[in-house]
Every structure is written in structure tokens, then in C-alpha cells.
Ligand binder design. Structure first.
Ligand code: BMA
Length: 318
């Protein structure tokens, strides 16, 4: 018989995989990392918040994607507010996409400007040298990632502008560009739900979209406000392969939520926040921040996720 409480994402037993104690220099926390696999090496581009409160990005590498992480002694990217004033309060939450035709990695990240968080873009061929392309979405906007291919000659980026008008939810949007620089045709992709739903009022993309045989798999976070603060949980959606404006499925239930100590208690309690996942054949390795204070790993099977999503599909706005 099927176990109704069986978890789809299985936590790595040795979680968390990286904490501030593992860093070669002093910092406040390490969390929300982008993730890629290059030449059989698993690479995390980690967000490290220093003891001032300002974040930068540092690389860690491992042979199996689980253990023995080698952390660079120096950051890869530090905020450069002299040249890029929008980075004054830090750079955060990188999401990495391999642009297949260009054979280049595109990294969207949050630059924390005086006017609020915005989306910036940088590219790299090897994760040794990085080139900033600058801000691509004005504040307040974050949780952005590119698709790895163009659609009818245009790039598509998922992003999440914030609306501060009372009673108006914060939704996941799509934007289009011919050149990665000029973005337009902004439109809502997934609405946050309302009332008591797990994904009421505020949602955002988690890792970049993942191509599967059935469509682009989307893992997104829902932020439910409660009397004891927000809870960050994760749900799934599926977008049409040829036209990602079309939602094929969206889960009614969350699929992963804070449960372990390192997810419940941290600088921010009750948060699971993935920025990267790596596909290994049928398996997915999901790297997520726990409580804004560590990096943890969970694995899932892609066909099981797709099956579950079909069984839990509801696009009804309630
Ligand atoms: C979001 C982002 C994440 C963070 C999360 C929980 O808005 O800023 O970086 O992990 O909040 O604090």
C-alpha cells in the first residue's frame, strides 16, 4: 500500500552539508546556493552573509555532490558598490542556468540596492571569471532565473516583482528579451493563492526551471504568514515545453516544508529555500538554505515528482 506520508524529497542523512563552521573565514551564515555540475564536479555558488549583514558569493566543490565540500578560501564575487551602486547592501541568492547555444552560464542574483532588492545578471564560462551584465529588473524584484533556451528567438526569465498594495498578492511573472539586456512583455505566470492556502499572498521561483519529458518543472516557494511568523514551503508546477506561458499543472499541496531543527531554527525560522538543483539521470539533488543559516541537501526522483504533480494538480484560484 502507498504510504500517504511518504516524502518525495528525501533529506540527506548527514544534513546540513555546509554550515558557517565549515567556512575558511569568519561570517554570519551560509545558505541559499546556486548549483551546477561541470566535468563530474558538483559546484555550489553559496550565499555567505558576513558579520555586517552584507552577502557575497563563494564557491564550494565536491566529487559526489554530498560530502567533502572544498570551500574556496576567497569569495568569488563580492559586492562592488563603487561600480555597481545597486550592490550596496550585498549580492544574494544566485540561480544558475546553462545557456545551451551560447555555452555559457548565466547567473541571475539579487542585488540589494538602496531602493530595495533587484535582479542583476552575470555570466561565466568556467566559474573562475565572471562578467557582470548589470541590473535587468528594477526593485522590488527577486527570485529570477532564465530558461536555458530561446523561444521564437527570445529569452524568457521568470521573476517576482513585489506589489506593496494591501490586498494585492505577490505573484510569479515572466519577462521576454531579444538580447538578455532589454526586457519586456511582462506578464503574470503563477498567481499566489488567497486566504489560508500554504502559498497565499506571496510566492516566488526557487531553483531554475528544469526540462523534463512532460514540461518545464517548476519548484516554487509559498510564504504563509502566521501569528508566529512566515513559513517558507515548496510546491510544484509544470509549464509547456514550447510555450512556458502555459501552465500544465500546479500542485494544490506543498511538497516540502521545514521540519528538521536546521530548517525550523536559524537566523530566520521555518525556512527551506532552494536556489539550485542538479539532475543526475532520473534523480534530482536539491540544495536549499535551512533557516537562512546552513545549506542542506534533499534528493527526489523526477518521474515520482511528475506523477505526484498530476495527482495533485489544481489550478483553481481559491
Ligand atoms: C526571501 C529571500 C531569501 C531568504 C528568505 C527567508 O525573501 O530574501 O534570501 O532566504 O526570504 O528569509
Amino acid at each position: 500500500m502507498n504510504d500517504p506520508n511518504k516524502e518525495l524529497f528525501i533529506r540527506y542523512p548527514q544534513n546540513p552539508i555546509i554550515t558557517v563552521e565549515n567556512l575558511p573565514y569568519s561570517a554570519n551564515t551560509v545558505f541559499n546556493a546556486g548549483a551546477v555540475k561541470i566535468d563530474n564536479k558538483y559546484i555550489l555558488l553559496m550565499r555567505i552573509e558576513d558579520r555586517r549583514g552584507i552577502s557575497h558569493l563563494t564557491l564550494a566543490q565536491s566529487k559526489d555532490g554530498m560530502s567533502d565540500w572544498q570551500i574556496d578560501p576567497q569569495p568569488s564575487l563580492i559586492p562592488k558598490p563603487d561600480r555597481y551602486p545597486e550592490e550596496i547592501w550585498g549580492i544574494e541568492d544566485p540561480r544558475i542556468t546553462f545557456l545551451e547555444e551560447e555555452k555559457i552560464w548565466a547567473i541571475t542574483y539579487t542585488a540589494y540596492s538602496r531602493a530595495g532588492p533587484l535582479v542583476s545578471l552575470l555570466i561565466s564560462k568556467d566559474f573562475k571569471k565572471f562578467k557582470r551584465l548589470g541590473p535587468i529588473m528594477p526593485p522590488e524584484n527577486k527570485d529570477a532565473a532564465l530558461f536555458p533556451v530561446k523561444f521564437n528567438g527570445r529569452w524568457i526569465m521568470i521573476n517576482r516583482p513585489v506589489c506593496n498594495r494591501p490586498g494585492v498578492g505577490t505573484h510569479i511573472w515572466l519577462s521576454f528579451s531579444p538580447d538578455l539586456k532589454h526586457w519586456g512583455e511582462h506578464q503574470i505566470l503563477i498567481h499566489s493563492r488567497e486566504g489560508s492556502w500554504w502559498d497565499a499572498n506571496k510566492i516566488g521561483l526557487s531553483p531554475p526551471p528544469l526540462k523534463t519529458k512532460d514540461g518545464w518543472l517548476i519548484l516554487y516557494h509559498g510564504v504563509k504568514t502566521t501569528v508566529s511568523g512566515a513559513i517558507y514551503r515548496l510546491g510544484l508546477a509544470l509549464l509547456d515545453l514550447k510555450d512556458p506561458r502555459i501552465i500544465l499543472a500546479r500542485s494544490n499541496e506543498w511538497v516540502f516544508k521545514p521540519k528538521e531543527k536546521y530548517e525550523i531554527f536559524g537566523d530566520v525560522d521555518k525556512v527551506v529555500f532552494p536556489c539550485g538543483w542538479i539532475q543526475d539521470k532520473e534523480k534530482i539533488l536539491l540544495y536549499y538554505g535551512g533557516g537562512d543559516s546552513c545549506i542542506a541537501l534533499a534528493t527526489a526522483n523526477i518521474s515520482e515528482l511528475l506523477k505526484w504533480l498530476k495527482e495533485h494538480n489544481s489550478q483553481i484560484k481559491v
